[in-house]
Design a protein around this ligand. Structure first.
Ligand code: NAD
Length: 366
């Protein structure tokens, strides 16, 4: 049986890096004897250009039929410089996420030892940090009603709201993940001030009773913001709402150094969505220098979450680690000590990682 994957490269460097995410999955299929089938679809600026809409009906249909989606990035400067444009690339992405009911965003934050100098934090603070964020994605103040402006336009308001059901379903996912890791969940809220956070805390505490082997800690968001920088190693799984997660995951991304290294998964009721955290990077698009590792690590998340291929996912991460150990870099993760001949293009480092997949798999099987 084929495992059906939809590839949506999107815009800018999305197309350059997604090629390598797909290539890695194909190679894993050859090594481990899995059959993956790939289809492609348009989204964002590429879709507006071709079809006049950022989310064509055909993309939506293909997305719902697939078992997993490997996505690149959307965005183009012509919209960034024109905030009043009514048809915009990001509408495609938001529309697709909504249509797929993706309520749970998973973002691993860890630093390869070889890149310790690229982090914004001191080596002794970040060494060994390995955090898995679970951010709720479809509720909270971003979607709560009512929202709007008063009649005189002088007051604006949003509604922060969570239902017990929304908290329960993501909390279960976080505890299940913690069971496979270091068995610790930090639930982040602002329960000293917010009603919705009190319900959040109460619900997470109840869910925790199903997982007596997992330690639960509650932390206020302001404390969490500080603790992430001061002692990131104390965290294993972090579970939080949409707004707090938005801010904390960007803060935490600095632990890992470059945007080009970080992957994410969004899962929910239907097809899951696997993507780098970076955008279309128009400043480097077309130059062949984008770092494909975030896309390759997104492919690893896809293997793990969509198909439960954990050994295969680990093989991908080890191949990336080996490539970095061998000294190969793209320019965003190179530093003053990197010899010029070790700074590679997107395609050259992608090929190195693909070659290393077979090596790593051989060692694992030996
Ligand atoms: P960006 O992530 O595209 O780029 C930020 C900086 O990081 C740039 O200097 C870029 O060159 C660098 N960078 C990003 N990815 C890299 C990689 N793989 N290798 C090397 N360097 C990399 O963010 P931005 O510049 O704020 O946004 C550009 C466009 O992307 C905008 O149109 C924005 O709306 C869109 N965007 C899309 C997504 C998405 O599709 N999920 C996310 C963020 C931004």
């Amino acid at each position: 049986m084929f495992k059906r994957i939809l590839v949506i490269p999107g815009d800018g460097i999305g197309t350059e890096v997604t090629y390598w995410g797909q290539k890695v999955i194909q190679t894993i299929g050859e090594i481990f004897g899995h059959q993956f089938s790939f289809d492609t679809a348009l989204l964002g600026h590429a879709a507006i250009k071709a079809e006049g809409t950022p989310l064509p009906e055909e993309t939506l249909v293909k997305a719902k039929q697939a078992q997993a989606i490997l996505f690149g990035a959307i965005g183009h400067p012509m919209y960034d410089n024109n905030p009043s444009a009514t048809v915009r690339p990001e509408q495609g992405l938001l529309g697709l996420r909504k249509a797929l009911g993706l309520y749970c965003n998973i973002r691993p934050i860890f630093l390869f030892e070889e890149l310790i100098g690229a982090s914004s934090l001191k080596p002794e603070v970040v060494r060994g940090a390995d955090i898995l964020f679970f951010r709720e994605l479809t509720g909270d103040v971003y979607f709560g009603q009512p929202r709007g402006r008063s009649q005189d336009g002088q007051t604006a308001f949003d509604t922060m709201s969570y239902s017990r059901y929304e908290v329960e379903r993501i909390a279960h996912k976080a505890f299940q993940a913690a069971r496979e890791r270091r068995k610790k969940v930090h639930s982040v809220d602002k329960a000293n001030v917010l009603e919705s956070s009190r319900l959040w805390r109460e619900t997470v505490t109840q869910v925790a009773q199903h997982y007596p082997d997992v330690e639960l800690h509650h932390m206020f968001v302001d404390t969490a913001a500080m603790a992430l920088i001061k002692n990131p190693r104390q965290f294993d799984v972090v579970l939080t709402g949409n707004l707090f997660g938005d801010i904390l995951t960007d803060e935490a991304s600095q632990i890992a150094g470059s945007m080009g290294m970080l992957a994410s998964a969004s899962i929910g009721e239907g097809t899951g969505f696997y993507e780098p955290i970076h955008g279309s990077a128009p400043d480097i698009a077309g130059k062949g220098i984008a770092n494909p590792i975030a896309s390759i690590l997104s492919a690893a998340l896809l293997l793990e979450y969509a198909f439960e291929l954990t050994v295969e996912a680990r093989t991908v991460r080890r191949a990336v680690a080996l490539t970095l150990q061998q000294g190969w870099r793209t320019s965003d993760i190179a530093d003053a000590s990197t010899p010029q001949e070790y700074i590679l293009s997107t395609d050259a480092i992608g090929s190195k990682i693909v070659q290393n997949l077979a090596r790593v798999a051989q060692v694992a099987n030996a």
